[in-house]
Structures are given as C-alpha cells and as structure tokens.
Design a protein around this ligand. Structure first.
Ligand SMILES: Nc1ncnc2c1ncn2[C@@H]1O[C@H](COP(=O)(O)OP(=O)(O)OP(=O)(O)O)[C@@H](O)[C@H]1O
Length: 251
C-alpha cells in the first residue's frame, strides 16, 4: 500500500561559491494513489530530479511536506531514513551510481544484502537478468559495460527487492528503442503487480506508457494528463501536444 502526498514543496539551493540562490521547486502539489504509474516531464532544469531526490529522502526540502502513507518524511531521523529507503524505495539514478568495486551480480544483490533478506536471491537475480537481457554480464564490473548496459543493471538493482515505490530518473535515457521498450514493458509488469512508479523522462514515448503525466514548469506542477481510456498512441499525441503548447516545442 503506497500513498504519497506532496504539499507545497519548495527547494532552494544555495550556491557554494556565491550568495546566489536557485529556486528549483517553488510550490509543488500532487497526490499519488496506490499502484499508480506516473511520468514526470518538464524542461531541463525544471526541478524533476530535485523532486525525485526529495521524495527518495536523498535531499531535504526547504519547505512543504512529503507524506508517505501518512508519515511525514521530514520527521524521520537519519537512521530511520536509511531504513525507510532500504525497505520501501527502489531508485534508478540518472548517472546509474553503480559500485565499480563490485561485479554486476553483487551490485544487484546489494539491496538484498543490506536488508538482510537474501532468501531465493539466485532465483530473483536469474529472473531479472533474463528480463533485462544482462545474463551474460553478471560477472563483469560496471566499468566494463556500456552506458545502456549499466542502466539496465541499475534497474535490476532497483527492482530486486520488489519495492513498493519505484523512483526512476531517466531510466531509458541511455537505451536504444528496443531496450527502452523492454524496460517499459518491465515497468508495466511491475505496475500490474501493484508497485507504484514515478518516472522522470524527456521521452514522450516513454511517458505514454504511464497512467498519468505531470508537467513541471517554473517550479510548480502546471499541467497533468490522465491516460483514462486513451490508447498509448492517443496518449502520445496528447503528451506531444502538451509539450508543444506548454513547454514551447520540446519533444
Ligand atoms: N546540488 C545543487 N546545488 C545547486 N543547484 C542545484 C543543485 N541541484 C540542482 N540544482 C539546480 O536546480 C535546478 C533544478 O535542477 P534539476 O536537476 O532538478 O532539474 P531537472 O529538471 O532534473 O533537469 P534535467 O532534465 O536536465 O535532468 C537547476 O537550475 C539546477 O541547476
């Protein structure tokens, strides 16, 4: 059961070298229902990663609240935050964040090892490796892999615990269209299985797989599209129209 409430979220960064401040998020408000698959779109620098990082408790908001299942994440102590992330969240980072000292296999096992729940780990790995097409890569090290291969490994690491909330920052950004389609189908399976997914993406095609698309601009959620009865193709057209009209021609 996952219910996420983001209210009046604000994030201001202070530059280390000057007194300049950057307002990455001004006033972000939205709710996520259990099992939703949501895509988050917006121009580069509009605050998408910042939003995901705040929800993942990797970054602290300047103001506002993030409630997960009624619990305000700001009230969690550092020790509880680590446990919260480990037990509830899977995160796919934009830059993958794999550990170069561990093999692909051990990178994917890591969340299971940290949560001390390694039952049936071989079976879980084998299933995921097959779905991700990385069976041949398991004994390699991240620095031996291409960007797209690293991205698939990072997705494997995020999914191995079957997290109730999956947060993905550009999960198909380094993939060709065939691999991107495979990943989106895999997310579709996770969605069918009841997992809640928030996916930041620049790709209208990727976003068209979601049940709802949030558009961020000027630090607020300024538009949403619900899939409703739309086919993926109709959703794609609606997203592209929104991008053209609202973001000024980005695709
Ligand atoms: N650690 C930081 N310190 C200072 N400014 C930051 C920091 N992280 C992000 N920013 C600024 O906050 C704004 C939002 O950045 P963010 O990375 O969230 O955007 P984004 O929408 O994810 O962009 P992209 O699509 O290019 O990944 C940008 O102006 C960025 O320069």
């Amino acid at each position: 059961m996952t219910q996420l409430n983001v209210t009046h979220l604000k994030k201001q960064y202070k530059s280390k070298r000057s007194s300049q401040k950057v307002l990455a998020l001004k006033d972000v408000d939205f709710q996520v229902e259990d099992g939703e698959f949501i895509a988050i779109m917006g121009e580069s620098g509009s605050g998408k990663s910042t939003l995901l990082n705040c929800i993942a408790t990797l970054d602290k908001p300047t103001a506002g609240h993030i409630l997960l299942n009624g619990e305000d994440l700001a009230n969690l102590k550092d020790k509880d935050l680590a446990a919260f992330r480990r037990d509830h969240i899977g995160f796919v980072f934009q830059n993958f964040n794999l550990l170069d000292t561990l093999t692909v296999k051990d990178n994917i096992y890591l969340p299971l090892v940290l949560s001390k729940n390694t039952t049936e780990k071989e079976e879980k790995l084998a299933n995921l490796a097959k779905q991700l097409g990385i069976e041949e890569l398991l004994e390699k090290y991240p620095y031996e892999l291409s960007g797209g291969q690293q991205q698939r490994v990072a997705i494997g690491r995020a999914l191995i615990t079957k997290p109730e909330l999956l947060l993905c920052d550009e999960p198909t950004g380094a993939l060709d269209s065939k691999n991107a389609a495979d990943i989106l189908n895999l997310f579709g399976d996770c969605h069918q299985a009841g997992q809640t997914i928030l996916m930041v993406t620049h790709s209208s095609l990727s976003a068209s797989h979601a049940g709802r698309v949030l558009f961020i601009k000027d630090g607020v959620v300024f538009h949403q599209i619900y899939r409703g009865e739309k086919s993926e193709q109709e959703m794609l057209v609606a997203i592209n129209d929104a991008m053209t009209n609202l973001l000024g021609g980005q695709s």
